[in-house]
Design a protein around this ligand. Structure first.
Ligand code: NAD
Length: 365
């Protein structure tokens, strides 16, 4: 852990010194310039370029200081746009050298899913905090490897589930324990977009790289079913489907899952990269509440059966996410979305694949 980001230690040290010599402390220990968390983005594709890098400019506690890329032509563009120093530019082969770079506190993995494990582990072994995009990895075992490596290196790990930082989603998460409408009986969670279909070489069309609706979009409804119920599923039944075979020869275009929970609660989850769907609804004993859209970069909104509007606003979801995660580092507190949360979703994803493979059998978790 980078010691200059321990606010508690800083206050402790300054307090002790100030007590011994207040005149000296007033001169020398005037409040230091506010430190920011230095972030390096790994993978400069769509999400880094269009969402995370612009959002970093809106954060209070983060600064985009580094890039890791395999595309040399992107380097001058990013350096010019974001003022990134030559010494903070890496490729995939020398990225481990970030260990010697005090400018970088966090390495944010924004690569195809099949590469999350490898590069999260390189980052953690370099002693950097790891922010890893969803889905966390391909398998539960890979997720566990990331968690173990971060623990071993005493660095924080969080998964980029931006919705858990979004205030209306946070209300739904609070309802899971407060139960203002009584016991939750069922959950519907649907997330999908009418995509044009991946190109022939795009990783989103390849099973081994984490393509397909179940991985790419399915983790949203799975995560939502878990945070809306406040419970872990005990069984999964799933069906995967393809309409446009020309795009989806290897992977699923749509995924349908039924999650069973110990309390008897059932969740109907659906994900798609071919159809628009965007709703989260909890049916309870004494009413209901929903978010629609439940999954969008902005404008997540909802209502309840007794007419309450869930309509809080924030400037930028990703900026809020990264500021929350930066504060967790600075204050040495628990992250909002730990690696275990990403792992729990991938456990369901793997069970869904087994269910589909077994002719939609019920897989007990
Ligand atoms: P993308 O295809 O646009 O970008 C991927 C980047 O990885 C590219 O820069 C590519 O050059 C690089 N790369 C390195 N090695 C590669 C390899 N062997 N094959 C293919 N690409 C390689 O993808 P994206 O949309 O930016 O998604 C990246 C990650 O971000 C994924 O995990 C995705 O699920 C996640 N994502 C999250 C959100 C969100 O809302 N949280 C939104 C979009 C994407």
């Amino acid at each position: 852990m980078n010691p200059h980001f321990s606010r508690r230690n800083f206050i402790k040290t300054v307090g002790a010194l100030a007590a011994t010599s207040s005149a000296y402390s007033q001169r020398v220990f005037a409040l230091p310039a506010k430190r920011k968390i230095g972030v390096a983005l790994v993978g400069l594709g769509y999400y880094s370029r269009d969402l995370l890098a612009p959002a970093l400019q809106l954060t209070q506690h983060c600064e985009l200081r580094g890039i890791v890329t395999g595309s040399p032509e992107k380097i001058p563009v990013w350096q010019k746009r974001y003022g990134i120093a030559d010494s903070n530019v890496y490729n995939y082969d020398n990225m481990h050298q970030v260990a010697n770079n005090p400018d970088i506190d966090v390495v944010y993995i924004v690569l195809p899913t099949s590469l999350h494990e490898k590069y999260s582990i390189i980052a953690a072994n370099a002693g950097k905090h790891v922010w890893c995009e969803k889905p966390m990895a391909m398998t539960e075992k890979e997720c566990q490897n990331i968690i173990n490596t971060c623990k071993k290196n005493k660095v924080q790990l969080t998964i980029g589930y931006r919705l858990q930082h979004e205030p209306n989603t946070q209300t739904v998460i609070q309802y899971a324990s407060a139960k203002p409408y009584g016991k939750i009986k069922s959950v519907i969670a649907h997330a999908g977009y009418a995509g044009g279909g991946p190109g022939p070489n795009n990783w989103r069309g390849k099973r081994a790289m984490g393509g397909g609706a179940l991985y790419d979009m399915g983790v949203y409804p799975i995560n939502a079913a878990r945070y809306t119920s406040g419970q872990e599923p005990i069984a999964v039944t799933a069906k995967l489907a393809v309409d446009r075979k020309e795009f989806f020869s290897e992977v699923d275009e749509h995924a349908f899952l039924t999650l069973e929970f110990k309390s008897g609660l059932m969740a109907e989850c659906a994900a798609s990269v071919g159809k628009n769907m965007n709703v989260l609804k909890a049916q309870c004993e004494k009413g209901w509440y929903e978010l629609s859209p439940m999954q969008a970069y902005s404008g997540v909104r909802g209502q309840t059966s007794d007419g309450k509007l869930l309509n809080k606003t924030i400037v930028n979801q990703q900026a809020k996410q990264m500021d929350d995660d930066a504060l967790a580092i600075m204050e040495e507190t628990q992250v909002l979305v730990p690696g275990e949360d990403g792992l729990a979703d991938i456990r369901v994803v793997e069970a869904a694949l087994r269910s589909h493979g077994s002719g939609n059998g019920r897989i007990v978790l």
